[in-house]
Ligand binder design. Structure first.
Ligand SMILES: [Zn+2]
Length: 490
């Protein structure tokens, strides 16, 4: 097929409770590429953009990269940063000349200052630029808060089917193949969406377990029909605190609008019946560390689920570290605590130097008080590593300057940048094999499971403070529609 498709990415998962606003610097720190650099960064990676590139080659379509920008989840995106990225996208599409379609890798839970439905706004702008005759297809994160506007403006939406997200590449391929079929005239897609009044926290909405596993299976069984193009089941992101936050189901059929509505109704009713099953079983930091110290099957992974940078929390929470030091844990490692000040101290002392500094608890002040760590600097690193997967395999990442500090039986990996340490390559990149430790503390809600489940003797989800806590009573919601479960008794 001789088609020219503009490709772009503007991606952010916004936790509206975070006071850490997201500016252009945060996009530059995580990943911001323009034009040919987009191919350089993403071709060959297991990401949606990697999927676009791979499928386009198969289909013989020419992709014209515009901009690819993603920032680590944090607070609301600054309007000037958004305007800048949008302008980059507009210029890229404009410079591409004649195009037949647009493929976008969006998140779905981005909130811009003054624009609660940011992806709906991106799609509105792109639609204005390219007109009604040019199809738009996008990938979305599983945590997208899908709005009517998004469903109306895009010809196809392809959300991740997995949490941990291990199918970004496949969804990119699917969106690109959909584009080819649409341009070839072999399908006439029509869509429906439903949002039951249900907005669970992220931890009990993982797809390998419980209600979402059943709902994904149901979605896939609908997809077996020839006239069904796609059924998306979205966990939503309650912490965005926008009107439409929460579960959503989107059905895309080949020309049968009634069928699309029947499917979304079926999915919504099933989800609602299972609402009480979206519950997490958490233990306090002290209890978690005690249990881990007594466990013989190691390593025990202590998931600090509330302090997940991937959900917009600071990531520098200290409560589990404090418990490790107080209880005298042995062969324990904390992965990671972002704290530029403590990193600076470690670098000034050098390898083998003594270290004494308050660590963590400084970014938003909502994840516990700083902890005084006294010990030695074991290793210093530039923080570069490559994801080995199963998530984002092949993608280059950087923790910023990184130090390993040892205090008693606990190693603490302290780094400069907030980044969800979901890949065991993070500790491996500083010489620590997590399989060879007794206790591994990971700042992650669910994504760590993709790689850690197979190496962990036991996983314990810890009830610490932080902006991704499954305990929604800790938050004061203002924007989300009410009544909604579990915020309201229903
Ligand atoms: Zn997600």
């Amino acid at each position: 097929m001789d088609a020219r498709i503009a490709v772009g990415q503007i991606s952010h998962e916004t936790n509206s409770f975070s006071p850490v606003l997201t500016g252009l610097e945060e996009f530059r720190a995580r990943g911001y590429a323009v034009g040919g650099d987009v191919i350089e960064r993403f071709a060959g990676t297991r990401t949606p953009l990697g999927g676009f590139f791979a499928a386009a080659e198969e289909e013989g379509m020419e992709l014209i990269p515009t901009v690819a920008a993603a920032a680590v989840p944090s607070g609301v995106v600054r309007a000037d940063a958004y305007t800048h990225l949008l302008e980059r996208l507009r210029r890229g599409i404009n410079d591409a000349g004649r195009i037949d379609g647009v493929l976008l890798a969006l998140h779905g839970a981005m909130v811009v200052d003054g624009i609660p439905d940011a992806e709906g706004d991106v799609l509105l702008r792109v639609r204005e630029w390219v007109g009604d005759g040019v199809p738009i297809a996008c990938t979305l994160d599983y945590h997208a808060n899908v709005t009517d506007r998004m469903v109306e403006l895009a010809d196809g939406l392809f959300g991740y089917n997995t949490y941990p997200h291990v199918d970004g590449f496949e969804r990119g391929v699917e969106a690109c193949e959909f584009m080819a079929a649409l341009l070839g005239g072999s399908i006439e897609p029509t869509r429906a969406v439903t949002r039951p009044p249900l907005a669970p926290p992220v931890v009990p909405a993982r797809t390998g377990w419980g209600p979402m596993r059943k709902l994904m299976a149901r979605a896939h069984s609908w997809e077996e029909r020839d006239d069904v193009i796609d059924v998306g089941a979205y966990g939503g992101f309650v912490y965005s605190d926008v009107r439409d936050a929460g579960l959503a189901f989107v059905a895309t059929t080949d020309g049968d609008r009634d069928l699309a509505e029947e499917i979304t109704r079926d999915m919504g009713e099933r989800a609602w019946k299972m609402r009480e099953d979206f519950a997490a079983d958490l233990v306090t930091p002290t209890e978690a560390v005690s249990r881990a110290m007594a466990q013989t099957e190691t390593p025990v992974v202590l998931a600090d689920v509330a302090d997940n940078t991937g959900g917009g929390a600071a990531g520098d929470g200290t409560e589990v570290l404090r418990a490790l030091l107080e209880l005298g844990a042995e062969e324990a490692v904390v992965v990671t605590i972002p704290d530029p000040e403590a990193v600076g101290h470690a670098f000034s002392r050098g390898v083998g130097g003594s270290f004494c500094c308050d660590v963590g608890g400084k970014i938003d002040g909502l994840s516990g008080e700083p902890v005084r760590v006294s010990g030695k600097v074991r290793l210093l690193s530039d923080g570069q590593f490559t994801h080995r997967g199963p998530m984002s395999t092949g993608l280059q990442s950087c923790l910023g300057r990184t130090a390993v500090v040892v205090s008693g039986g606990t190693e603490v990996i302290i780094n400069e940048r907030r980044l969800q340490p979901l890949d065991p390559e993070v500790p491996r990149s500083v010489g620590i094999d997590p399989a060879q430790r007794r206790i591994v503390v990971v700042k992650s809600a669910v994504h760590y499971r993709a790689a850690y489940e197979s190496l962990a003797g036991e996983i314990i989800e810890v009830d610490g403070p932080g902006l991704s806590s499954p305990n929604l009573d800790r938050f004061e919601f203002e924007g989300i529609r009410r009544p909604i479960f579990p915020l309201d008794a229903m």
